[in-house]
Design a protein. Structure first.
Length: 448
């Protein structure tokens, strides 16, 4: 199997080969969730190309038939920790990601676990960058002997714990980090992610806004690794498509007043406004619409693309659009998630979390080890070059029969670079309906 360099920083180059409609012309990130639990079973309107239906579902159900038993057992069960937000500015992302983790664990254990042992999971809150919760949670997870940590969701939070995790020889596998900074991080081969770098989301969003007829752009940006990284790539794509950025307003994590930034944006009279924020959008959007900005002028991103049906008056966001890395959640997958958490309002990054768990387990089987360093060495190998499979039961059957596998999951095709980044990904484009819920419009595909 493929081994990765263990010391040198890793570098990946971006070459977007195909971005679908968004690049046809150059002018064109619930209910109660576990927090510390362990289990083993768990100006005028902008015209835009009309949305198109994107049908097609892939099953997440366990395939019928017996799964071959593990040929090797280990006295140390695979223990996975999750470091996902149940508090803070990204708390809305916690429930779907946690549900994705739990669904993966449930399906893995239903067919015998990993190396003959049930997989255990320990959930901990990551909080956000305003607190030290992530460091405390990471210390607790490492103290419990986890081999892998699924998280964090926030790139800023991951930057505070990545050295702590990888320095302990533990795999860190984020379902939602999109900062380009991680591509070249000196992580000893132990940091991986199922979400693509914001180089790709930035290109899709920047070009899409131009496609929709915007010639001038205003930007409201969270001043952290995620916000400024995505801002840079959106701006580059939009200006390359012939547009002009006329206003860029920053705010800091923990800020609660945004009137001055909103006033500056509105005064610049942009055709479109990109909101690169987390849940601060709940405060920012009413200020913008109150100043006469129409919903068709608003473009959201993965950090704030969620259901606002209980937050705003009906129709507040009708016609607003946004981007989210990954394919649209399939109906059977959503049903499986809702069975675990009926209160889910969004499915952001649930597929990426589910895939991170599955790939960790498959790599452990391929390595015949539950050590984080051994698992990391097999992640690239199980993502490419073999027989296609998209669930743990189907993949583990192939592995235990001596076959090479190529896992593609709920988040779409997954093939890793040496840097632990997906080398190809979909970016979903959504449009808000009159109930303030985002609805799938189209998917754009690109390669890194």
């Amino acid at each position: 199997m493929i081994s990765l360099p263990q010391t040198a920083p890793r570098v990946a180059k971006l070459t977007v080969l195909s971005i679908g409609v968004a690049l046809l012309a150059t002018a064109c990130g619930g209910g109660s969730t576990p927090s510390a639990t362990e289990s083993s079973a768990a100006a005028g309107g902008i015209a835009c190309p009309a949305p198109s239906d994107t049908a097609g579902a892939s099953s997440t159900a366990t395939e019928a038939g017996a799964v071959p038993a593990a040929t090797t057992t280990t006295p140390t069960p695979l223990k996975i920790g999750s470091l996902l937000p149940t508090t803070g500015s990204l708390a809305f992302l916690g429930p779907p990601e946690i549900a994705g983790v739990n669904l993966g664990i449930k399906e893995i254990n239903a067919v015998g676990g990993v190396l003959g042992k049930p997989v255990q999971v320990v959930h901990r809150d990551s909080g956000d960058t305003k607190t030290d919760i992530a460091t405390q949670s990471t210390t607790a997870l490492l103290g419990q002997g986890v081999s892998a940590v699924i998280g964090a969701a926030s790139s800023g939070v991951s930057k505070t714990v990545i050295n702590q995790i990888t320095g302990a020889g533990v795999l860190q596998f984020s379902p939602a980090n999109t900062s380009p900074d991680f591509t070249t991080w000196d992580d000893k081969g132990l940091y991986w992610r199922t979400a693509p770098s914001d180089v790709l989301q930035g290109q899709v969003l920047g070009n899409y806004m131009a496609t929709c007829g915007a010639q001038t752009l205003g930007m409201m940006v969270l001043n952290d690794a995620y916000g400024t990284g995505l801002q840079k790539n959106v701006k580059a794509a939009f200006t390359s498509a012939g547009g002009q950025v006329v206003a860029e307003q920053l705010y800091n994590t923990g800020d609660s007043q945004f009137s001055s930034q909103v006033d500056a944006l509105v005064a610049a009279k942009p055709d479109a406004i990109a909101l690169i924020t987390f849940d601060e959008a709940k405060s920012i959007i009413p200020l913008l619409t109150g100043k006469g900005i129409k919903p068709e002028q608003l473009f959201l991103v993965d950090g704030n693309l969620f259901d606002y049906s209980k937050d705003f008056k009906a129709g507040t966001l009708k016609g607003a659009r946004g981007t989210q890395p990954g394919t649209f959640a399939k109906e059977d997958f959503k049903k499986s998630l809702l069975a675990l958490d009926p209160a889910l309002r969004t499915f952001n990054y649930a597929g990426e979390a589910y895939d991170a768990v599955n790939m960790t387990a498959l790599a452990a089987e391929a390595a015949k080890s539950t050590k984080g360093t051994d698992i990391a060495k097999q992640l690239k190998a199980v993502s490419e070059g073999g027989e296609k499979c998209n669930t743990f039961p189907s993949c583990i059957t192939l592995l235990r029969n001596g076959k090479d596998i190529d896992y593609d999951g709920q988040s779409g095709p997954i093939t890793f670079s040496d840097a632990g980044d997906p080398t190809e990904a979909y970016i979903g484009i959504y449009q808000y309906d009159d109930t303030n819920k985002p609805q799938p419009a189209k998917e754009e595909f690109g390669k890194l």
